[in-house]
Design a protein around this ligand. Sequence first.
Ligand SMILES: Cc1ncc(COP(=O)(O)O)c(C=O)c1O
Ligand SMILES: N[C@H](C=O)CCC(=O)O
Length: 425
Amino acid sequence: MFRSEQLFERAVKVMPGGVNSPVRAYQSVGSTPRFIRRADGAYVYDVDQNRYIDYICSWGPMILGHNNMKIREAVIQASYEGLSFGAATEMEVNMAERICRLVPSMEMVRMVNSGTEAVMSAIRAARGYTGRNKIIKFEGCYHGHSDSLLVKAGSGVMTAGIPDSLGVPEGCARDTLTAVYNDCDSVARLLEENKGEVAALIVEPVAGNMGVVEPCPGFLQGLRDLCTEHGAVLIFDEVITGFRLSLQGAQGYYGITPDLTTFGKIIGGGMPVGCYGGRREIMQTIAPCGSVYQAGTLSGNPIAMAAGLAELTQLEENPDIYLRLEEMGNYFRDRLRDILKAAGKSYQVTGVGSLSCLFFAEQPVLNYQTAKTSDTAEFARYFNWMLDHHIHLAPSQFEAIFLSAAHTKKDVDETLDAAEEFFRA
Ligand SMILES: Cc1ncc(COP(=O)(O)O)c(C=O)c1O
Ligand SMILES: N[C@H](C=O)CCC(=O)O
Protein backbone atom coordinates (compact mmCIF):
# COMPACT_ATOMS: atom_id res chain seq x y z
CA MET A 1 0.00 0.00 0.00
CA PHE A 2 1.27 3.46 -0.86
CA ARG A 3 2.10 5.89 1.93
CA SER A 4 -0.52 8.38 0.66
CA GLU A 5 -3.14 5.65 1.07
CA GLN A 6 -1.89 4.80 4.55
CA LEU A 7 -2.02 8.46 5.58
CA PHE A 8 -5.49 8.86 4.11
CA GLU A 9 -6.71 5.86 6.12
CA ARG A 10 -5.43 7.53 9.28
CA ALA A 11 -6.70 10.97 8.23
CA VAL A 12 -10.34 9.98 7.64
CA LYS A 13 -10.53 8.67 11.21
CA VAL A 14 -9.65 12.01 12.75
CA MET A 15 -10.53 14.70 10.17
CA PRO A 16 -13.84 15.10 8.26
CA GLY A 17 -13.17 13.51 4.88
CA GLY A 18 -9.52 13.20 5.89
CA VAL A 19 -8.81 16.82 4.97
CA ASN A 20 -8.86 20.39 6.21
CA SER A 21 -10.61 21.75 3.12
CA PRO A 22 -13.17 19.69 1.16
CA VAL A 23 -11.78 19.99 -2.39
CA ARG A 24 -8.60 18.23 -1.28
CA ALA A 25 -10.46 15.00 -0.51
CA TYR A 26 -10.65 13.83 -4.17
CA GLN A 27 -14.25 12.76 -3.54
CA SER A 28 -15.57 13.87 -6.91
CA VAL A 29 -12.78 12.10 -8.80
CA GLY A 30 -12.97 8.87 -6.81
CA SER A 31 -9.33 8.42 -5.92
CA THR A 32 -6.97 8.92 -2.97
CA PRO A 33 -5.45 12.34 -2.36
CA ARG A 34 -1.73 12.51 -2.85
CA PHE A 35 -0.09 13.65 0.39
CA ILE A 36 2.48 16.28 -0.52
CA ARG A 37 5.78 16.33 1.31
CA ARG A 38 7.55 19.18 -0.45
CA ALA A 39 7.39 21.43 -3.50
CA ASP A 40 9.87 23.28 -5.64
CA GLY A 41 9.39 25.46 -8.73
CA ALA A 42 6.64 23.96 -10.89
CA TYR A 43 6.67 20.61 -9.07
CA VAL A 44 5.18 18.98 -6.00
CA TYR A 45 6.57 15.75 -4.54
CA ASP A 46 4.38 13.31 -2.66
CA VAL A 47 5.26 11.09 0.28
CA ASP A 48 5.81 8.16 -2.14
CA GLN A 49 8.63 10.07 -3.91
CA ASN A 50 6.55 10.85 -7.01
CA ARG A 51 7.12 14.16 -8.76
CA TYR A 52 4.14 15.93 -10.34
CA ILE A 53 3.89 19.03 -12.51
CA ASP A 54 1.64 21.15 -10.33
CA TYR A 55 -1.27 23.23 -11.67
CA ILE A 56 -2.87 23.95 -8.30
CA CYS A 57 -0.08 26.25 -7.11
CA SER A 58 -1.68 26.35 -3.65
CA TRP A 59 -4.80 27.73 -5.40
CA GLY A 60 -2.96 30.79 -6.64
CA PRO A 61 -0.29 32.22 -4.38
CA MET A 62 2.58 30.29 -5.95
CA ILE A 63 2.67 32.56 -9.00
CA LEU A 64 6.47 32.58 -8.77
CA GLY A 65 6.62 28.82 -8.34
CA HIS A 66 7.00 26.83 -5.14
CA ASN A 67 9.67 27.41 -2.53
CA ASN A 68 10.75 30.72 -4.02
CA MET A 69 14.18 31.49 -2.61
CA LYS A 70 13.57 35.18 -1.84
CA ILE A 71 10.28 34.51 -0.08
CA ARG A 72 11.85 31.71 1.93
CA GLU A 73 14.75 33.97 2.94
CA ALA A 74 12.37 36.79 3.91
CA VAL A 75 10.41 34.39 6.12
CA ILE A 76 13.58 33.07 7.79
CA GLN A 77 14.88 36.59 8.42
CA ALA A 78 11.56 37.80 9.85
CA SER A 79 11.32 34.75 12.11
CA TYR A 80 14.52 35.77 13.93
CA GLU A 81 12.68 38.88 15.16
CA GLY A 82 9.70 36.98 16.60
CA LEU A 83 6.64 35.25 15.21
CA SER A 84 3.80 37.49 16.35
CA PHE A 85 3.48 40.56 18.52
CA GLY A 86 -0.22 41.47 18.50
CA ALA A 87 0.95 45.05 18.07
CA ALA A 88 1.57 47.51 15.26
CA THR A 89 4.64 46.84 13.08
CA GLU A 90 6.59 48.64 10.36
CA MET A 91 6.16 45.66 8.06
CA GLU A 92 2.37 46.01 7.94
CA VAL A 93 2.68 49.71 7.08
CA ASN A 94 5.04 48.75 4.27
CA MET A 95 2.52 46.19 3.03
CA ALA A 96 -0.42 48.62 3.16
CA GLU A 97 1.59 51.30 1.34
CA ARG A 98 2.67 48.78 -1.28
CA ILE A 99 -0.86 47.61 -2.02
CA CYS A 100 -2.20 51.18 -2.15
CA ARG A 101 0.60 52.21 -4.49
CA LEU A 102 0.15 49.27 -6.85
CA VAL A 103 -3.65 49.24 -6.97
CA PRO A 104 -5.01 52.77 -7.42
CA SER A 105 -8.56 51.94 -6.20
CA MET A 106 -7.11 50.93 -2.82
CA GLU A 107 -6.95 54.15 -0.80
CA MET A 108 -6.87 52.29 2.52
CA VAL A 109 -6.51 48.61 3.42
CA ARG A 110 -7.05 46.34 6.41
CA MET A 111 -5.10 43.08 6.65
CA VAL A 112 -6.85 39.88 7.71
CA ASN A 113 -5.95 36.17 7.68
CA SER A 114 -7.87 34.63 4.79
CA GLY A 115 -9.96 35.35 1.74
CA THR A 116 -13.09 34.36 3.66
CA GLU A 117 -12.36 36.96 6.32
CA ALA A 118 -11.53 39.61 3.73
CA VAL A 119 -14.85 39.18 1.93
CA MET A 120 -16.93 38.88 5.10
CA SER A 121 -15.38 42.12 6.39
CA ALA A 122 -15.78 43.98 3.09
CA ILE A 123 -19.47 43.09 3.04
CA ARG A 124 -19.84 44.34 6.62
CA ALA A 125 -18.10 47.60 5.68
CA ALA A 126 -20.43 48.05 2.69
CA ARG A 127 -23.47 47.41 4.88
CA GLY A 128 -22.22 49.82 7.54
CA TYR A 129 -21.43 52.49 4.98
CA THR A 130 -24.73 52.29 3.08
CA GLY A 131 -27.00 51.44 6.02
CA ARG A 132 -28.54 48.72 3.81
CA ASN A 133 -28.66 44.95 4.36
CA LYS A 134 -29.08 43.15 1.05
CA ILE A 135 -26.22 41.98 -1.13
CA ILE A 136 -26.06 40.55 -4.63
CA LYS A 137 -23.70 37.75 -5.58
CA PHE A 138 -23.49 35.57 -8.69
CA GLU A 139 -24.44 31.91 -8.92
CA GLY A 140 -21.25 29.86 -9.10
CA CYS A 141 -18.99 32.54 -7.64
CA TYR A 142 -17.27 31.54 -4.42
CA HIS A 143 -16.34 34.11 -1.81
CA GLY A 144 -15.24 31.91 1.08
CA HIS A 145 -17.36 30.10 3.61
CA SER A 146 -18.98 32.88 5.66
CA ASP A 147 -22.70 32.32 6.24
CA SER A 148 -24.21 34.95 4.00
CA LEU A 149 -22.05 33.98 1.02
CA LEU A 150 -22.71 30.23 1.01
CA VAL A 151 -25.61 30.70 -1.35
CA LYS A 152 -25.40 29.08 -4.80
CA ALA A 153 -21.64 29.11 -4.31
CA GLY A 154 -18.92 27.65 -6.52
CA SER A 155 -15.73 25.73 -5.70
CA GLY A 156 -16.08 22.81 -3.26
CA VAL A 157 -19.76 23.47 -2.63
CA MET A 158 -20.49 23.24 -6.37
CA THR A 159 -18.30 20.14 -6.67
CA ALA A 160 -20.11 18.44 -3.80
CA GLY A 161 -23.50 19.56 -5.14
CA ILE A 162 -24.47 21.37 -1.91
CA PRO A 163 -24.64 25.00 -3.05
CA ASP A 164 -26.78 26.03 -0.07
CA SER A 165 -24.96 24.79 3.01
CA LEU A 166 -26.73 23.33 6.01
CA GLY A 167 -26.03 25.27 9.17
CA VAL A 168 -26.62 28.67 7.58
CA PRO A 169 -29.60 30.26 9.35
CA GLU A 170 -32.35 31.31 7.00
CA GLY A 171 -31.96 34.88 8.24
CA CYS A 172 -28.31 35.00 7.10
CA ALA A 173 -29.10 33.86 3.57
CA ARG A 174 -32.32 35.87 3.17
CA ASP A 175 -30.45 39.07 2.39
CA THR A 176 -28.25 37.41 -0.24
CA LEU A 177 -29.72 37.77 -3.72
CA THR A 178 -28.23 35.80 -6.60
CA ALA A 179 -27.77 36.95 -10.17
CA VAL A 180 -26.57 35.21 -13.32
CA TYR A 181 -22.90 35.70 -14.23
CA ASN A 182 -22.39 37.58 -17.50
CA ASP A 183 -26.00 38.80 -17.41
CA CYS A 184 -26.33 42.47 -16.42
CA ASP A 185 -30.10 42.32 -16.94
CA SER A 186 -30.42 39.84 -14.07
CA VAL A 187 -28.59 42.34 -11.85
CA ALA A 188 -30.65 45.30 -13.05
CA ARG A 189 -33.85 43.39 -12.23
CA LEU A 190 -32.69 42.62 -8.68
CA LEU A 191 -31.65 46.22 -8.11
CA GLU A 192 -35.04 47.49 -9.32
CA GLU A 193 -37.00 44.95 -7.28
CA ASN A 194 -34.98 45.85 -4.17
CA LYS A 195 -34.59 49.56 -4.81
CA GLY A 196 -32.64 51.38 -2.10
CA GLU A 197 -32.00 48.14 -0.19
CA VAL A 198 -28.88 46.69 -1.81
CA ALA A 199 -25.67 47.48 0.06
CA ALA A 200 -23.23 45.75 -2.25
CA LEU A 201 -22.70 43.67 -5.33
CA ILE A 202 -19.80 41.25 -5.13
CA VAL A 203 -18.23 39.59 -8.15
CA GLU A 204 -15.20 37.58 -9.11
CA PRO A 205 -14.13 39.72 -12.09
CA VAL A 206 -12.99 36.51 -13.75
CA ALA A 207 -14.97 33.67 -12.21
CA GLY A 208 -12.49 31.08 -10.99
CA ASN A 209 -14.63 28.85 -8.82
CA MET A 210 -17.04 27.34 -11.36
CA GLY A 211 -14.12 26.45 -13.55
CA VAL A 212 -12.81 29.60 -15.22
CA VAL A 213 -15.43 31.84 -16.82
CA GLU A 214 -14.32 35.07 -18.41
CA PRO A 215 -16.44 38.21 -18.19
CA CYS A 216 -18.12 38.96 -21.54
CA PRO A 217 -17.25 42.35 -23.07
CA GLY A 218 -19.23 45.06 -21.25
CA PHE A 219 -20.23 42.87 -18.27
CA LEU A 220 -17.92 44.43 -15.67
CA GLN A 221 -18.56 47.96 -16.95
CA GLY A 222 -22.29 47.21 -16.80
CA LEU A 223 -21.94 46.22 -13.14
CA ARG A 224 -19.98 49.37 -12.43
CA ASP A 225 -22.69 51.53 -14.00
CA LEU A 226 -25.54 49.73 -12.21
CA CYS A 227 -23.85 50.05 -8.82
CA THR A 228 -23.20 53.75 -9.36
CA GLU A 229 -26.80 54.30 -10.44
CA HIS A 230 -28.25 52.46 -7.41
CA GLY A 231 -25.76 53.60 -4.77
CA ALA A 232 -24.55 50.04 -4.14
CA VAL A 233 -20.91 49.31 -3.32
CA LEU A 234 -19.16 47.36 -6.09
CA ILE A 235 -16.82 44.77 -4.58
CA PHE A 236 -14.31 42.94 -6.75
CA ASP A 237 -13.30 39.71 -5.07
CA GLU A 238 -9.76 39.41 -6.43
CA VAL A 239 -8.67 36.57 -4.19
CA ILE A 240 -7.76 34.62 -7.35
CA THR A 241 -7.20 37.37 -9.92
CA GLY A 242 -5.35 39.87 -7.71
CA PHE A 243 -1.65 40.25 -8.65
CA ARG A 244 -2.23 37.30 -11.02
CA LEU A 245 -3.77 38.86 -14.11
CA SER A 246 -1.66 41.96 -13.67
CA LEU A 247 -0.01 43.98 -10.90
CA GLN A 248 -3.33 45.81 -10.65
CA GLY A 249 -5.30 42.57 -10.75
CA ALA A 250 -8.38 42.13 -12.93
CA GLN A 251 -9.41 45.73 -12.31
CA GLY A 252 -6.24 46.90 -14.04
CA TYR A 253 -6.50 44.23 -16.73
CA TYR A 254 -10.06 45.23 -17.69
CA GLY A 255 -9.84 48.91 -16.68
CA ILE A 256 -12.80 48.94 -14.25
CA THR A 257 -12.62 50.60 -10.83
CA PRO A 258 -14.49 48.91 -7.98
CA ASP A 259 -15.33 50.61 -4.68
CA LEU A 260 -13.86 47.83 -2.54
CA THR A 261 -11.50 44.96 -3.36
CA THR A 262 -10.59 41.78 -1.56
CA PHE A 263 -7.24 40.06 -1.94
CA GLY A 264 -6.23 36.73 -0.42
CA LYS A 265 -3.49 34.19 -0.28
CA ILE A 266 -1.38 35.68 -3.09
CA ILE A 267 -0.44 38.70 -0.96
CA GLY A 268 0.99 36.29 1.62
CA GLY A 269 3.26 34.42 -0.77
CA GLY A 270 1.78 31.20 0.62
CA MET A 271 1.23 32.34 4.21
CA PRO A 272 -2.37 32.70 5.49
CA VAL A 273 -3.28 36.28 4.57
CA GLY A 274 -6.05 38.36 3.08
CA CYS A 275 -6.97 42.02 2.96
CA TYR A 276 -9.80 44.28 1.96
CA GLY A 277 -9.69 47.91 1.02
CA GLY A 278 -10.79 50.59 -1.35
CA ARG A 279 -12.44 54.00 -1.14
CA ARG A 280 -11.28 55.99 1.88
CA GLU A 281 -14.77 57.11 2.90
CA ILE A 282 -15.93 53.49 3.07
CA MET A 283 -12.81 52.24 4.85
CA GLN A 284 -13.10 55.01 7.42
CA THR A 285 -16.26 53.37 8.72
CA ILE A 286 -14.03 50.58 10.11
CA ALA A 287 -13.19 50.64 13.84
CA PRO A 288 -11.44 52.42 15.43
CA CYS A 289 -12.14 55.19 12.85
CA GLY A 290 -15.82 54.31 12.66
CA SER A 291 -18.42 51.97 14.07
CA VAL A 292 -18.07 48.92 11.79
CA TYR A 293 -16.23 46.45 14.01
CA GLN A 294 -13.62 44.09 12.58
CA ALA A 295 -10.51 42.77 14.30
CA GLY A 296 -7.90 39.99 14.27
CA THR A 297 -5.28 38.82 16.81
CA LEU A 298 -2.90 37.61 14.11
CA SER A 299 -3.83 40.15 11.42
CA GLY A 300 -0.76 41.74 9.82
CA ASN A 301 1.39 38.89 11.14
CA PRO A 302 5.04 39.84 10.59
CA ILE A 303 6.06 36.55 8.96
CA ALA A 304 3.13 36.70 6.56
CA MET A 305 3.86 40.35 5.74
CA ALA A 306 7.51 39.51 5.04
CA ALA A 307 6.52 36.68 2.72
CA GLY A 308 3.93 38.79 0.93
CA LEU A 309 6.23 41.75 0.47
CA ALA A 310 8.94 39.49 -0.96
CA GLU A 311 6.43 38.12 -3.45
CA LEU A 312 5.04 41.54 -4.46
CA THR A 313 8.55 42.98 -4.79
CA GLN A 314 9.55 40.28 -7.26
CA LEU A 315 6.35 40.74 -9.25
CA GLU A 316 6.89 44.50 -9.37
CA GLU A 317 10.55 44.20 -10.34
CA ASN A 318 9.82 41.68 -13.11
CA PRO A 319 6.71 42.87 -14.91
CA ASP A 320 7.64 40.66 -17.88
CA ILE A 321 6.41 37.76 -15.73
CA TYR A 322 2.86 38.76 -16.68
CA LEU A 323 3.68 38.81 -20.40
CA ARG A 324 5.26 35.36 -20.11
CA LEU A 325 2.30 33.98 -18.19
CA GLU A 326 -0.10 35.41 -20.76
CA GLU A 327 1.92 33.88 -23.62
CA MET A 328 2.19 30.54 -21.86
CA GLY A 329 -1.53 30.59 -21.01
CA ASN A 330 -2.43 31.30 -24.64
CA TYR A 331 -0.11 28.56 -25.86
CA PHE A 332 -1.61 26.09 -23.35
CA ARG A 333 -5.20 26.92 -24.36
CA ASP A 334 -4.51 26.99 -28.13
CA ARG A 335 -2.71 23.65 -28.15
CA LEU A 336 -5.39 22.07 -25.96
CA ARG A 337 -8.06 23.29 -28.42
CA ASP A 338 -6.07 21.77 -31.30
CA ILE A 339 -5.82 18.46 -29.44
CA LEU A 340 -9.57 18.40 -28.81
CA LYS A 341 -10.33 19.28 -32.40
CA ALA A 342 -8.08 16.51 -33.71
CA ALA A 343 -9.81 14.07 -31.35
CA GLY A 344 -13.26 15.20 -32.54
CA LYS A 345 -14.24 16.55 -29.10
CA SER A 346 -16.15 19.78 -28.75
CA TYR A 347 -15.21 20.50 -25.14
CA GLN A 348 -14.66 24.07 -24.03
CA VAL A 349 -11.28 25.57 -23.21
CA THR A 350 -11.60 28.85 -21.33
CA GLY A 351 -9.30 31.19 -19.53
CA VAL A 352 -7.31 34.36 -19.45
CA GLY A 353 -3.63 34.95 -18.64
CA SER A 354 -2.36 32.23 -16.33
CA LEU A 355 -5.86 30.93 -15.46
CA SER A 356 -7.37 28.20 -17.62
CA CYS A 357 -10.05 25.55 -17.58
CA LEU A 358 -11.04 22.56 -19.69
CA PHE A 359 -14.80 22.13 -19.37
CA PHE A 360 -16.11 18.74 -20.43
CA ALA A 361 -19.12 20.61 -21.79
CA GLU A 362 -20.38 20.77 -25.36
CA GLN A 363 -21.79 24.32 -25.20
CA PRO A 364 -19.97 27.59 -24.46
CA VAL A 365 -19.66 28.19 -20.72
CA LEU A 366 -20.82 31.63 -19.66
CA ASN A 367 -22.28 31.05 -16.20
CA TYR A 368 -23.16 28.53 -13.48
CA GLN A 369 -25.92 26.78 -15.45
CA THR A 370 -23.75 26.21 -18.51
CA ALA A 371 -20.75 25.18 -16.35
CA LYS A 372 -22.98 22.56 -14.77
CA THR A 373 -23.63 20.91 -18.13
CA SER A 374 -20.07 19.50 -17.88
CA ASP A 375 -19.63 15.75 -17.91
CA THR A 376 -18.02 15.40 -14.48
CA ALA A 377 -17.60 11.61 -14.83
CA GLU A 378 -15.46 12.18 -17.93
CA PHE A 379 -13.55 14.90 -16.07
CA ALA A 380 -12.84 12.37 -13.29
CA ARG A 381 -11.46 9.88 -15.82
CA TYR A 382 -9.28 12.62 -17.34
CA PHE A 383 -8.10 13.80 -13.93
CA ASN A 384 -7.01 10.31 -12.87
CA TRP A 385 -5.28 9.68 -16.20
CA MET A 386 -3.36 12.92 -15.80
CA LEU A 387 -2.48 12.07 -12.20
CA ASP A 388 -1.17 8.67 -13.34
CA HIS A 389 0.98 10.64 -15.80
CA HIS A 390 2.25 12.79 -12.92
CA ILE A 391 0.23 15.90 -13.68
CA HIS A 392 -1.29 17.46 -10.53
CA LEU A 393 -4.57 19.14 -11.52
CA ALA A 394 -7.26 20.48 -9.20
CA PRO A 395 -9.45 17.48 -8.33
CA SER A 396 -12.64 19.12 -9.54
CA GLN A 397 -14.16 20.22 -12.83
CA PHE A 398 -15.09 23.49 -11.13
CA GLU A 399 -11.64 24.81 -10.26
CA ALA A 400 -8.95 26.63 -12.22
CA ILE A 401 -5.70 25.46 -13.79
CA PHE A 402 -2.99 27.79 -12.43
CA LEU A 403 0.25 28.46 -14.28
CA SER A 404 3.28 29.91 -12.51
CA ALA A 405 6.40 31.69 -13.68
CA ALA A 406 8.29 28.48 -12.89
CA HIS A 407 6.43 26.40 -15.49
CA THR A 408 8.50 25.92 -18.63
CA LYS A 409 7.30 25.18 -22.14
CA LYS A 410 8.67 21.67 -21.61
CA ASP A 411 6.40 21.23 -18.56
CA VAL A 412 3.40 22.48 -20.50
CA ASP A 413 4.20 20.27 -23.49
CA GLU A 414 4.64 17.22 -21.27
CA THR A 415 1.23 18.01 -19.76
CA LEU A 416 -0.44 18.46 -23.13
CA ASP A 417 1.17 15.30 -24.51
CA ALA A 418 -0.50 13.37 -21.68
CA ALA A 419 -3.81 15.09 -22.44
CA GLU A 420 -3.42 14.26 -26.14
CA GLU A 421 -2.85 10.59 -25.32
CA PHE A 422 -6.00 10.58 -23.14
CA PHE A 423 -8.18 12.04 -25.87
CA ARG A 424 -6.69 9.77 -28.52
CA ALA A 425 -7.34 6.75 -26.32
C1 LIG B 1 -12.57 34.32 -5.19
C2 LIG B 1 -12.37 33.75 -3.81
N1 LIG B 1 -12.81 34.44 -2.76
C3 LIG B 1 -12.64 33.99 -1.51
C4 LIG B 1 -12.00 32.81 -1.26
C5 LIG B 1 -11.81 32.35 0.15
O1 LIG B 1 -10.46 32.38 0.50
P1 LIG B 1 -9.91 31.46 1.68
O2 LIG B 1 -10.00 30.06 1.22
O3 LIG B 1 -8.50 31.96 1.86
O4 LIG B 1 -10.76 31.74 2.87
C6 LIG B 1 -11.51 32.04 -2.34
C7 LIG B 1 -10.80 30.78 -2.18
O5 LIG B 1 -10.95 29.97 -1.42
C8 LIG B 1 -11.71 32.53 -3.64
O6 LIG B 1 -11.27 31.86 -4.69
N1 LIG C 1 -11.51 27.30 -4.98
C1 LIG C 1 -10.87 27.40 -3.71
C2 LIG C 1 -9.91 28.52 -3.73
O1 LIG C 1 -9.84 29.36 -4.56
C3 LIG C 1 -10.22 26.12 -3.38
C4 LIG C 1 -9.43 26.15 -2.10
C5 LIG C 1 -10.14 25.47 -0.99
O2 LIG C 1 -11.32 25.74 -0.74
O3 LIG C 1 -9.49 24.67 -0.31
